[in-house]
Ligand binder design. Structure first.
Ligand code: NDP
Length: 282
């Protein structure tokens, strides 16, 4: 059994991007730029935003952090997005979710210009993932899952992949990406009947449920690869995934831990997408 090291793989990806940034800086004097927008005081969001800005610094990106008051109006947020859409120094715009309740998240994320939607949340970019077109942006977490598999030498083509969770930011884009890699894909959710029967079919099982310890050993096939997207807190307040790691890990051929698995990949792929956007803008 191999514990897939997401920290190491994400560091490799960031290093590759950093080298590319340096190459462009030397020749054209230009730099990829990411704008991060935070509305309100959500403590987890603050941590995420700060680590994204820090990654920008580490890689040599230009970055802007826009922090708006909790009571800002939807109009103010939309006006900021419009300005960032026009700003030539900015190649990627990320609005940290969740937004305060009085602001329509869909309206805000849809306002981001498609060519700067480095989170890959817009319908146009999800659509491109589904039809296998390469000129959009893949949503960062699913993109990270695929990179983790590939860079761990795990064959995807011809494998039975089962995803638990059908959100627009994880489960659904994963369907498109895995099909493009020629897996046979099943997607499960809260209305799925006989869930364990389905998850036990998986050569590659991906959990994106948001419930601590949801995947137990009687749901997993011997020798499967298990990718845990979940980020939860258990009763003791400790960070944990959707998979009951201690009982499941010994029966897998490879598994991601939480923390240190999929989590660090998300930021690495955000950086990669922003770099890609910058290159397209040249
Ligand atoms: P959502 O809450 O949007 O989706 C959860 C999915 O799980 C839904 O499709 C839901 O089904 C399904 N589900 C819930 N209960 C069950 C059940 N009993 N049986 C089967 N399916 C069930 O979550 P996200 O996709 O946004 O996130 C999932 C997890 O991944 C979270 O822990 C989140 O924190 C984490 N995450 C991690 C990221 C990272 O960077 N590593 C990035 C994004 C998310 P239904 O649709 O029927 O309600």
């Amino acid at each position: 059994m191999v514990v897939i090291d997401g920290k190491k793989i994400s560091a490799e990806i960031k290093e590759e991007v950093k080298k590319e940034v340096a190459k462009y800086k030397g020749s054209a004097g230009q730099t990829p730029g990411l704008a991060v927008v935070l509305v309100g005081e959500n403590p987890a969001s603050k941590v995420y935003v700060n680590s994204k800005v820090k990654s920008c610094g580490d890689l040599g990106f230009y970055s802007e952090k826009h922090v708006l008051d909790e009571n800002s109006s939807e109009k103010e947020v939309l006006e900021l997005i419009d300005k960032l859409n026009e700003n030539e120094k900015i190649h990627g715009i990320l609005v940290q979710l969740p937004l305060p309740k009085h602001i329509d998240e869909k309206k805000v994320t849809n306002r981001i210009a498609s060519e700067k939607d480095v989170d890959g949340f817009k319908p146009e970019n999800l659509g491109k993932v589904m039809i296998g077109e390469d000129d959009g942006f893949k949503s960062c977490t699913p993109y990270g899952v695929i990179e983790l598999l590939k860079r761990s030498g795990i064959e995807i083509a011809g494998k039975d992949a089962v995803i638990v969770g059908r959100s627009n930011i994880v489960g659904k884009p994963l369907v498109g990406l895995l099909i493009s890699e020629s897996a046979t894909v099943t997607i499960c959710h809260s209305r799925t009947k006989n869930l364990a029967e389905k998850t036990k079919q998986a050569d590659i099982l991906i959990a994106a449920v948001g419930k601590a310890g949801f995947i137990k050993k009687d749901m997993v096939k011997e020798g499967a690869v298990v990718i845990d997207v979940g980020i939860n807190r258990n009763e003791a307040g400790k960070l944990c995934g959707d998979v009951e790691f201690d009982e499941v890990a010994p029966m897998t051929s490879a598994i991601t831990p939480v923390p240190g698995g999929v989590g660090p990949m998300t930021i690495a792929m955000l950086m990669k997408n922003t770099m890609e956007s910058f290159k397209r803008s040249l």
